[in-house]
Design a protein around this ligand. Sequence first.
Ligand code: ATP
Ligand code: MG
Length: 344
Amino acid sequence: MTDREAVVTALAAIADPSGGGDIVASGRVSGVVVKADGSAGLVLSVEALARDVAERLNAAVELAVRRVPGVTAARIILTAERDTAPAAADVRTGPVPGIRTIVAIASGKGGVGKSTVAANLAVALARRGLSVGLLDADIYGPSVPTLLGLTGRGKLEGKRLQPAAAHGITALSMGMMTDPTKAIIWRGPMAASAMMQMVEQTDWGVLDTLVIDLPPGTGDIQLTMAQKLKPTGAVIVSTPQDLALIDARRAIAMFGEVKVPVIGLVENMSSFVCPACGVRTDIFGHGGAAAAAEAAGIAFLGGIPLDIAIRTASDAGQPPAAGEGALAEAFAALAEQVAAGLGL
Ligand SMILES: Nc1ncnc2c1ncn2[C@@H]1O[C@H](COP(=O)(O)OP(=O)(O)OP(=O)(O)O)[C@@H](O)[C@H]1O
Ligand SMILES: [Mg+2]
């Protein structure tokens, strides 16, 4: 593949914000050149896009081009015939304006690594050139600020919440709005309406996908979310342990009832490789998740190893999916399957 072809291939992974496939297929990109010194240039039409949408698309294109091996610089020329573009809110393709797809990350049991998988999946999807938001719907035990290393408070502009940007994604969590040292005591319906506000009254801009990290279980918040937001799909996280799998089946059944397609089951804390001796141990058993997925008639999306590096990096606010190596590759492989499941 020539450098030019590699650039075009990278651009073809970016969805057109106004729908109709990717930006190459929809004709937004023209005049792609890669010079001998590695500098790339192209013309990007931002016709009929609101300004913030155009800026995001420009940033996504620049990032995608710069990531192509051999490319040293990117020059993007923006063109638009008209300057009266419709507002971002006009890009209505799903239940929430501007948000093209929603993927809910759920589990029956707590502590199986939903939040870790959700945050790293979001980062890995963004590394594919998609515009990704992450909503921490765990109102009572928010963990996204820790996972992404967010320290600031959420900002309010007018009546709209502003998400934080980190590791190539935008994110919002109740942890950005409350005092982390104080317990949050809300009744179920209040927590559910807080979550809806965080989806609908936030300036997400145009997103290819919003990843929602759900609290554990199949309660009020999960049901409200599934019914009102109509996610494009759900990803179930489980450990290989029998107990966790029984609860995963409950979560699968809940999404079945509200007619949200389950993209598949991820086995987290799969096998453990001893950092000292290199011996692989299946602490929670092995193969259970693949068997449970098959029994439930859903896809098995593979495993994420139990690795101390995931815990330490997560605690340090450095998602492993943003780095290099085997862990980043495991999350990239997961993101590939989830993107396909979402039709992205
Ligand atoms: N694959 C892994 N390897 C090592 N540690 C992991 C792995 N996945 C998650 N952890 C660690 O396990 C703990 C629980 O993970 P996490 O908070 O993501 O679970 P959760 O399912 O979201 O929990 P809750 O139900 O409380 O929301 C964290 O300390 C996290 O760093
Ligand atoms: Mg969690």
